[in-house]
Design a protein around this ligand. Structure first.
Ligand code: GLP
Length: 256
């Protein structure tokens, strides 16, 4: 039975505020408990309001928080408008009131992407991450794990091939001018490593995501719908807006 904690918000700003509150509370608790915390950050339009709200929450001890990067295109320069490193620096890391303990960004332009995966693998903690902020793609991907996603791979990061639906989404959101401009490969955190998080805050606004949300929440757990694996996580908050929740048969709660 699904353990997802689902909330449906009136608009994406409220969704972002709620996601930030949940994440901030867990980060503070982790810092109180063990003097330090780990946070995974995603990119994409779903994270605009979440990251803006989180960096504005007062009294988060960022200097004790180590930040990991969920995914990045292979071969895309850090200065490209669609670069996730650029996204995270411009919208979050460089705007924090205090520098984080560390930000382990993925170098998508590394000469050897597999070696880059290995470099990051040596940096991730043996224990679960304290908080992971993620989204769900139009094709129900988690990070850049497109269907059929590998649910079994043990390595923290791997090189993946992006499917056409995923690449079309990036054009549709305006990050690239055409499909051929979208890289075909990425470095992505693996599904198993994402699940190895004490708390997952999954933020999914927008009507474009309604079908992926319905399949992930009400369908069976299958690699054809990567985000369906979230049903197995013991502490995953799924934050929706009315549009992304519009195809659900049984909306569990309406928060604001
Ligand atoms: C994107 C990013 C991920 C993100 C997910 C949802 O393409 N690779 O970091 O979690 O897929 O993003 P979006 O909000 O653009 O749908």
């Amino acid at each position: 039975m699904s353990k997802l904690q689902i909330a449906i918000h009136d608009h994406r700003d409220a969704l972002g505020q709620a996601a930030a509150r949940i994440a901030a509370e867990a980060l503070r608790a982790a810092c109180d408990r063990s003097k330090a915390a780990t946070l995974v950050v995603a990119t994409g339009s779903s994270q605009f309001e979440v990251l803006a709200a989180l960096r504005a929450v007062p009294s988060i001890p960022w200097d004790r928080i180590t930040i990991f990067h969920l995914d990045e295109y292979v071969g895309l320069d850090a200065g490209h408008p669609a670069s996730f490193r650029r996204f995270l620096h411009d919208r979050f890391i460089d705007l924090l009131p205090t520098a984080p303990a560390a930000f382990h960004e993925l170098q998508g332009t590394a000469v050897d992407p597999l070696a880059e995966c290995a470099r990051l693998a040596a940096l991730v903690p043996a224990a679960a991450f304290d908080v992971s902020l993620i989204g769900i793609g139009e094709n129900a991907h988690l990070a850049f794990n497109d269907p059929p996603a590998d649910f079994a791979g043990e390595e923290p990061y791997h090189v993946v091939t992006l499917d056409d639906d995923c690449r079309k989404q990036q054009v549709g959101e305006g990050w690239f001018p055409s499909l051929v401009a979208v890289p075909t490969q990425a470095i992505s955190m693996s599904v198993r490593r994402i699940l190895a998080s004490r708390l997952i805050v999954c933020s999914v606004p927008d009507a474009r995501k309604a079908e992926a949300v319905r399949n992930s929440v009400e369908g069976s757990i299958t690699s054809a719908v990567p985000a369906s694996i979230l049903q197995t996580h013991p502490n995953c908050h799924l934050l929706l807006d009315r549009e992304s929740a519009s195809l659900l048969k049984r909306p569990e709660s309406v928060v604001s």
